[in-house]
Write a protein that binds this ligand. Structure first.
Ligand code: PRP
Ligand code: URA
Length: 209
């Protein structure tokens, strides 16, 4: 699984330990998701192609390198992925945002797409597909299929917590996609929840339970 990157960063570990805690409230949970996403974004742009620009310093003209911000898009998988958008925007403030709506059928665990609205020119952009939880991998794989159907070729999937099954499914079905995961957890329970996990990310972000 050479396209799968699992972070082993002390700061991310520290923040995830607080995120997992059932006593962490909605505001702190939301802030932590954003902060972790920003750190992940730094790490996941190591292979990014920069563009050369001529810069005039007070002393001379020099060739320097900049991120082609107009070529970046953020696509959260609704709803929990919304919690990661600001974290990527901290690094790429002008990135356009598309949305893919997906919910898991609680009985079959099968994802259902209910919404898809993407920025113009998405096919030529580097897309950061974001969702804090990669459990069975069904939602991520369907979202990746939806992006590829619209021509996307450069996709980075970022998830904060993943189960081994989810990572394996994405790596098997989408070997061309780079997958960035903050922490790889033990397994899924019989209801498809990640263990030890953090519970339902959408509910904790938006206070719906
Ligand atoms: C959660 C999560 C992922 C999905 C992961 O969303 O945010 O999208 O489950 O599970 P999977 O890998 O097994 O597909 P959920 O369906 O609970 O919707 P929500 O974001 O609206 O809460
Ligand atoms: N979705 C969540 O929000 N949490 C899990 O543990 C699995 C899927």
């Amino acid at each position: 699984m050479e396209n799968v990157f699992i972070f082993d960063h002390p700061l991310i570990k520290h923040k995830i330990s607080i995120l997992r805690d059932k006593n962490t409230g909605m505001k702190e949970f939301r802030e932590l998701v954003e902060e972790i996403t920003t750190i992940m974004t730094y790490e996941s742009m190591r292979d990014m192609q920069l563009v050369p620009v001529q810069v005039e310093t007070p002393l001379e003209v020099t060739t320097q390198y900049r991120v082609p911000e107009e070529s970046i898009a953020i696509v959260p998988i609704l709803r929990a992925g919304l919690g990661m958008v600001n974290g990527v925007h901290k690094v790429f403030p002008t990135a356009r945002v598309g949305h893919i709506g997906m919910y898991r059928n609680e009985e079959t665990l099968e994802p259902q797409e209910y919404y898809c609205k993407l920025p113009d020119g998405i096919a030529d952009k580097t897309v950061f597909l974001v969702d804090p939880m990669l459990a069975t991998g069904g939602s991520a794989c369907d979202a990746l299929n939806a992006l590829k159907k619209r021509g996307c070729k450069h996709i980075k999937l970022m998830s904060i917590i993943a189960a081994p099954q989810g990572v394996e499914k994405v790596a098997r079905e989408h070997p061309d996609v780079s997958v960035y995961v903050s922490t790889l957890d033990r397994c899924l329970n019989e209801r498809g929840y990640i263990l030890p996990g953090l519970g339902d990310a959408g509910d904790r972000l938006f206070g719906t339970k």
